[in-house]
Design a protein around this ligand. Sequence first.
Ligand code: GTP
Length: 593
Amino acid sequence: MSKVRIYTLAKDLGVDNNRMLEILDGLGVSYKSVSSTIEEETVDLIRQLLADEGHEATAEPEAAAAPAQAAAAEPAQAAAKKAAEPAQPAEPSDIPSRAPVVTIMGHVDHGKTSLLDYIRSSKVAAKEAGGITQHVGAFEAKTSRGKIVFIDTPGHEAFTTIRARGANVADIAIIVIAADDSLMPQTREAIAHAQAAKVPMIVAINKVDLPQADVDRVKSDLTSINLVPEDYGGDLITVPVSARSGEGIEDLLEYISLTAELEDLRADPKGEFGGVVIESRVDKQAGVLATIMVQSGTLHVGDFLVVGETYGKIKAMTDSAGSRIKEAGPSTPVQILGFSEAPSSGELVVSAANEHAARERVAGRAEQRRDAEEARLRPKLSLEDIMGPLSETRTVNLILRADTQGSLEAIQGILARKESDDVKINVLLAGIGAPTEGDVLLASTAEATILCFSVTPAGAVQKAADQKSIDLKSFRIIYELIDEVDRLIKGNIEPVFEERYLGRAEVRMVIRHPKSGNIAGSYVTDGMLRRNAKAKVTRGKEVVYEGTIVGLKRFKDDVREVQTGYECGINLGWNDVMEGDIIEAAEMVEVEQ
Ligand SMILES: Nc1nc2c(ncn2[C@@H]2O[C@H](COP(=O)(O)OP(=O)(O)OP(=O)(O)O)[C@@H](O)[C@H]2O)c(=O)[nH]1
């Protein structure tokens, strides 16, 4: 019996992919993604379900001609029907869909620029000096399934620079891998960056036109780093392409649109404007030119924009094709003229109603920055500083760098055994060779520690790490590196406290104090009492009070502790203490784990 791809079926039946997946969930059919295939039997069932529902595209005779099958699948069908009926009338979102923004990353010379070039049908690669992509730009591609916006990124550093400033501009990452070269160091880095950003990935296996192209090798190499292609039973979409002949590029665009559809990307063109700076440069004649990606709302010529601590008024705006435009909605890259200083890529852009509002916003930001700088100078301890992070399972994020694959594997093998229910070790990147500035960027966005074995960072990389307060440490002995991980794990484990008994006192008289209230004149019968310890008061068999020893005195002097056999005055900050009460003291101590 032949199989049908889920998205093809969805298209044929005129329902969207998410809906189709809902129906399959209802039927209990397992799948990896919309590009997985399903049995024709299931297809018939779905057709019938939709026909029952009155869906027009389902009135196919063979669907109705399978009563035995339908009856056999009665319970599943009922479940599917439930899934097919929107649980609550699923309010079709009022917010319109927006085009996906895609970034292309990969190893040097694997064909990023050529791929973009083919898609854009221009000759960018040929024009660039030395064949290396020189700028970060963006362009819009019109495909049969709608618009796709591509960011022309020369590697993952630019992507992460944008993320390091708190912005997420790409919705989907295309990882380009040359079929004649397979996984290379920067491929792994690009993957790590996309994973850290939690951006869905599609792998384009490029250069399939070459005789030495080996698509299967790329797929099995991907499997070895836990990225399992769909045809190997995983959920990674891989598309063989050739940027030279154009083979597979339509499929790639199709997969981008499918992924975007599943991501359900939406933005309100009528909402508040928000955007991100992609790049900016100073043109000798025109002045500052900034490429901005509109993320929400609509930008108009004449709008006031605030970036960081500067503002500007849009004097002119062009789209990515270079045509003058007056307004631009979500997922549109535009080049604008109007800033007096070049903003940095990744900076967030907002609009202001008028020049006065823009100025006020800038002033507010400058003030906030000064306050933050001052606050940094007088550190305050938070509960988390004292108790450690408060969530249940914590993650130690690491970037590993070593001289050989063998040492990397040895380190990872030991680390895997150190994971527990409390601490997860997340190796964002395990690379051969010295750490790069890209690693530092990744570490700063993912709050990771960089550990190197038998490789030394270049001065500039160490400096970048110091500037960003990233821990970057080098080791010559594997076990010293592991000890460091142990320290990180320990630092991450939520401390466990235990109540430890300190001592006991008998209240012999109650002294009324005009300011402090009632003080328990007591005699310590066992152990010792300590100021600030926890106190439990029992009267007969009943516990009448639980609190803290807020004050402790010997005669007129304040003391920290009182030992067995001595008299003292105990202030519990509780006035109902009575002669004959027993005060038991305990303190919380951290338990070694
Ligand atoms: N045969 C073949 N060659 C390709 C293909 N794609 C790219 N190339 C060639 O591979 C080389 C590198 O391509 P680029 O597009 O510059 O690679 P890149 O990944 O953008 O490289 P950088 O910008 O330097 O990081 C060029 O000589 C391209 O002509 C392809 O599909 N088939």
